[in-house]
Ligand binder design. Sequence first.
Ligand SMILES: Nc1ncnc2c1ncn2[C@@H]1O[C@H](COP(=O)(O)OP(=O)(O)OP(=O)(O)O)[C@@H](O)[C@H]1O
Length: 290
Amino acid sequence: MFARSKQNPQSTSVAAISEGYALELRGVSKSFGATQAVADVNIDLQRGEILCLLGPSGCGKTTTLRLIAGFDTPDSGVVRIGNRTVYGGGANESPERRRIGMVFQEGALFPHLTVEQNIAFGLPRGRQRKQQVAESLRTVGLEGYGERYPHELSGGVLEQQHDCLAGERVAPLDSRSADLILMDEPFSSLDPGLRDQLRQDVAAILRARNATVVCVTHDQEEAMQLGDRVAVMQDGRIEQLGSPEEVFHHPDTQFAAEFFGTADLSVPRGGWPISCQRVGPRAVAGSCLS
Ligand SMILES: Nc1ncnc2c1ncn2[C@@H]1O[C@H](COP(=O)(O)OP(=O)(O)OP(=O)(O)O)[C@@H](O)[C@H]1O
């Protein structure tokens, strides 16, 4: 299950891409002028996995998401979604053809459509459509709200607001038959009381649907709660990619450890031995310094 990110610039040809992943990035890089926003990023995601991209502001999380979605074009590398190469080897699919569902901070509902119409948008026409919409409304606790417009959802008592907000956030997940769901800080504009509950609700819905998800966050707790795996990013690079437990308890680098604020990483006088620098704080906690 645990696949550490291997930053190998050699592995960027389409031929080197293996079959069977829901999402694959190989050697993906992107610069804006002198700023290297994303540097040789490699990601393998199985169907149904939730990956959180975690790191401080400016580390390249959103750019990585935009490269996957096709809103930005990589300078190099390959992006595959399902069995399709959407970028690389001559391919460059437009965002609307990538079959991606997107959830942003502000929600992603059309303001001129009712909740029902928003959910129905993009669902295949047919007899099951109405049933699917009703099912989605039930799932997100919005039965009876289908005919309201998005701006009519946010008032009322806290409990009601919570359900409505949950619906607002989750509705886009229903509205496309997406191969991949991309979320960019989906909860960051909510107040903390709502945020925790909503995170749990959304995580449960995503897991129940076996959704494949990449979620950008700068919040460690959110990454731990939501992610099957977490990619810790710094300066456009993935510093470590592993399960929440691995990243939290066994940070590979000083940055990862400091970002989680876990390990005692006092650097020994004269710096770490070369071997420890390579393998990072795990070795510091072990025999390297003994
Ligand atoms: N369109 C752009 N033009 C120029 N520089 C950009 C552009 N988009 C991103 N950058 C730069 O690339 C780097 C990575 O930005 P990015 O938005 O991906 O980081 P982030 O981790 O998502 O940050 P935040 O959490 O603040 O959104 C930053 O230095 C940013 O200023």
